[in-house]
Design a protein around this ligand. Sequence first.
Ligand SMILES: [Zn+2]
Length: 283
Amino acid sequence: MPELPEVETVRRTLQQLVVGKTVERVTVRLPRIIQRPDDIEAFSLLLQGETITSVERRGKFLRLMFDHYTLVSHLRMEGRYGVYEAEEPLEPHTHVIFHFTDGTELRYKDVRQFGTMHIFPRDEDLQELPLKKLGLEPLDDAFTLDAFRKAVAHRTTRIKPLLLNQEYIVGIGNIYVDESLFLAGIHPERAANTLTGPELKRLHEAIVLTLKEAVAAGGSSVKSYVNGQGEIGMFQHQLKMYGRKDEACQQCGHAIEKTVVGGRGTHFCPKCQPRKRRRAAKG
Ligand SMILES: [Zn+2]
């Protein structure tokens, strides 16, 4: 499943490939991808003649900005975008096709069919579901240590499920939560309100570092993740925890353990990420 770095990679790729293109018409082959408006003809009509001015992102949602509308697109499990010449044959599972006036097409493929698209009047999308309830954007300058502390420090929830909750911080999925908690030396089941000041600082730094490295590497994937240009992300080999059960921890050599936290498979090092906070030396 794409996480924030992968979606950011798709965003950057689309930004290069589709900005300035004008929609001639739209073909919707699987109506249930379209969540708003509730009529696929209206969906197509709204975008006819509209030019893409930029491609933005909020959490794991892509925002295709048109002259008068914003198209909010979530890839969910398997959604993929690609830009093709109109004469290229359609690949299986192509559900939505944006035909441009220059003879190219933006095609949306989705094997699992869980992806969604919403159209809103431009910029109104941030005040509406599904975007309005989203929390802090971890790659934004506004994601300061102070903002992070305010969002999590007083909560009694375990830290891993809290970090996965999009209402507090957006876009850090299962893989990067495990990596960040390892980097910060924090057990995934610690209650958020038991984290010390230095631990919160380490965790904040770890989240930013992990996501920035992943974005720089072009997004990762456990299964080969293909971005909008057909390139495969290269971050997987850099993952220190995820998918490495029973391998030696790169920091201490102890075997990496896998457990389930909040219903999610969770990798951690029991030595580097002790369940109980280390006590200060007795004096
Ligand atoms: Zn370790």
